[in-house]
Design a protein around this ligand. Structure first.
Ligand code: GLN
Length: 441
C-alpha cells in the first residue's frame, strides 16, 4: 500500500481527486449547456437544435438518469473483468471521444457523443469512488475525511464547469463548450496515467491473483449478507435525500428565476449563477465539516454512517423549512418577490446535510460491500442517486399544481419525520454492520 502522504492522506488520493475533478467538470459542463443548446434557435450566431422546452427537458431527464444508471454495468465491468483501475481509464477515454464528437455539428454525432459520455461516466464514476476506499486500510479513521477531500475535488469541477463551459458554450459557440469539457477530461486522464505509481495495488482486477479469483466464486457469508441489507437500507435514505436536494437544478432553479428577488446592490444575479452555489458551499465547508465529525467521533459520540445520514436528512428538512419562509412571504404576506436570504440559507443547509450524508455514503459502501461486489454496490448507489433525481422531477411537477408553500412544507415534514425515525433505529442498523465501521488504528 502507498505510504507517501500529503496532508496525512495517501498521495493516490490526490491523483483520484484530480481525475474525478475533471470528469465532473465535463459532466457538469455538459449539464449546464445541454438544455440551452437543444432549445437554441437553429438560425443565428450560435445555432442550436431549435427543440421545444418540453422535448429538451425530456432528453435532459433521460440523460440525467441514464448517466447514473450506467454505473451498474460500469461496476460489473470492474468486478467481473477489468478491475476498477482499468475501468476508470476506459471510462475516461470514452468521455473524451464523446466530448469531441459533440464538437461536430450534426444530429448523428450529437446522439453518438451523448451515448459515449453516458457509458464513459458509468465506467468511471463508481469505480474511481471505490478506489478511494481502497487507499485506506480496514478501520483507518481517516477514510471518511479522505472521501470528503475527494468530494471537494468533485465540487471544484462542479463549481467551475457551469461558469466556464457555460460561458464559452452559450456566448461563443456550443461546440467550443463541449470540446472545452473534452480538454478538461484529457488533463484528468493525463494526471491519472502519470499518477499510476501512487495507485499500486489499488483497483486491480479480481482475476489478477489466484486468491482473488477464488474469492469471486465463494458464496456470501451471513455477515456479508447482513451488511448488504444495511447498505440497501441506506440507499433508501439517499433516495429521500437526493429527491429533496436535486430540486435545485429543476424546480428551485425556476423558483429562483421567477419568484426570488435576486437584485443585490442594484445588480440582478442570474438564476443560473445560483446553480454553482451548492458546489461553492461544499468547497468552503468540506474541511470544517469533516473536522467537526472527526472531533465528534473522538469525543466518543455516536457517529455511525447511518446516524450521519439521518442527521443529513434532518438538516435537509431544515433547509426546506427556510424555503417555507420564502414561500410564506409571497403567498401569505403577499410580497411581490421572496427575499434571496431564504434561498442562500436553504442551500447552505442542504450542503451541511450533503456533507453529512453523501461522502459518508461513499465511504460506508467501501466499508460494507462484500469484496466481490465492491464496484457493483457503488454502481447501484449511483443508480439510486439517479432515481433520486427522478423523484426530484416528480416533486417539481407536483409543485406546479400544488403550489410552492405546500410542497416545501411537505418536503420539510417528510425529511424531518424520516430522519427522526431513522435515529430511533440507528443502534439496530449498526448492529447489522457487525463492526465494519470500528476503528482498528
Ligand atoms: N454531487 C455529487 C457528484 O457529482 C453527488 C452526486 C450523486 O451522488 N448523485 O458526484
Amino acid at each position: 500500500m502507498e505510504q507517501n502522504t500529503i496532508f496525512g492522506h495517501p498521495k493516490g488520493l490526490f491523483v483520484l481527486f484530480f481525475t474525478e475533478l475533471w470528469e465532473r467538470f465535463s459532466f457538469y459542463g455538459m449539464r449546464a449547456i445541454l438544455v440551452l443548446y437543444l432549445t437554441a434557435e437553429t438560425l443565428g450566431d450560435n445555432p442550436g437544435l431549435g427543440w421545444s422546452n418540453e422535448s429538451a427537458l425530456q432528453l435532459y431527464g433521460w440523460y440525467g438518469m441514464l448517466v447514473y444508471m450506467m454505473s451498474i454495468p460500469g461496476g460489473l465491468l470492474a468486478d467481473r473483468w477489468l478491475g476498477q483501475k482499468k475501468s476508470v481509464l476506459v471510462g475516461g477515454v470514452l468521455i473524451i471521444i464523446g466530448q469531441f464528437i459533440l464538437a461536430v455539428d450534426s444530429l448523428v454525432t450529437f446522439y453518438a457523443g451523448l451515448a459515449l459520455i453516458i457509458s464513459g461516466v458509468g465506467a468511471l464514476k463508481p469505480n474511481i469512488s471505490t478506489m478511494v476506499g481502497g487507499l485506506y486500510k480496514k478501520g483507518d479513521i481517516k477514510r471518511d475525511a479522505g472521501f470528503t477531500i475527494f468530494y471537494i475535488g468533485i465540487n471544484i469541477g462542479a463549481f467551475s464547469a457551469p461558469l466556464l463551459v457555460g460561458y464559452f458554450g452559450e456566448v461563443v459557440d456550443w461546440h467550443l463548450g463541449f470540446s472545452l469539457a473534452g480538454f478538461g477530461m484529457i488533463l484528468g486522464q493525463i494526471v491519472y496515467v502519470f499518477g499510476q505509481k501512487h495507485l499500486t495495488g489499488i483497483g486491480d482486477s479480481h482475476k489478477s491473483t489466484p486468491e482473488s479469483a477464488a474469492l469471486m466464486k465463494q458464496p456470501l457469508t451471513k455477515i456479508e449478507k447482513d451488511r448488504t441489507i444495511v447498505l440497501l437500507l441506506s440507499f433508501l435514505i439517499m433516495i429521500v435525500f437526493w429527491g429533496a436536494y436535486e430540486q435545485a437544478g429543476g424546480f428551485m432553479n425556476l423558483y429562483a428565476k421567477q419568484t426570488v428577488d435576486r437584485v443585490v446592490f442594484g445588480f440582478e444575479i442570474p438564476a443560473s449563477f445560483l446553480q454553482s452555489l451548492h458546489a461553492f458551499y461544499v468547497i468552503i465547508l468540506g474541511a470544517p465539516m469533516a473536522a467537526f465529525w472527526l472531533w465528534w467521533k473522538k469525543k466518543g459520540k455516536e457517529s455511525s454512517a447511518i446516524f450521519k445520514m439521518a442527521i443529513g436528512t434532518i438538516v435537509m428538512g431544515f433547509g426546506f423549512m427556510a424555503l417555507m419562509g420564502a414561500a410564506y412571504e409571497v403567498s401569505v404576506l403577499a410580497l411581490e418577490k421572496a427575499s434571496l436570504y431564504w434561498l442562500l440559507l436553504s442551500y447552505l443547509l442542504h450542503v451541511v446535510g450533503e456533507l453529512s450524508s453523501s461522502p459518508v455514503a461513499l465511504s460506508f459502501i467501501t466499508k460494507l460491500a462484500p469484496a466481490k461486489y465492491a464496484s457493483f454496490m457503488m454502481g447501484a448507489y449511483f443508480a439510486i442517486t439517479g432515481l433520486g433525481n427522478k423523484v426530484a422531477g416528480w416533486i417539481g411537477e407536483a409543485a406546479e399544481s400544488a403550489g410552492a408553500l405546500e410542497v416545501f412544507t411537505g418536503v420539510t415534514m417528510f425529511c424531518l419525520a424520516f430522519g427522526l425515525l431513522l435515529l430511533v433505529f440507528v443502534k439496530r442498523l449498526k448492529a447489522l454492520t457487525h463492526g465494519a465501521e470500528d476503528d482498528i488504528s
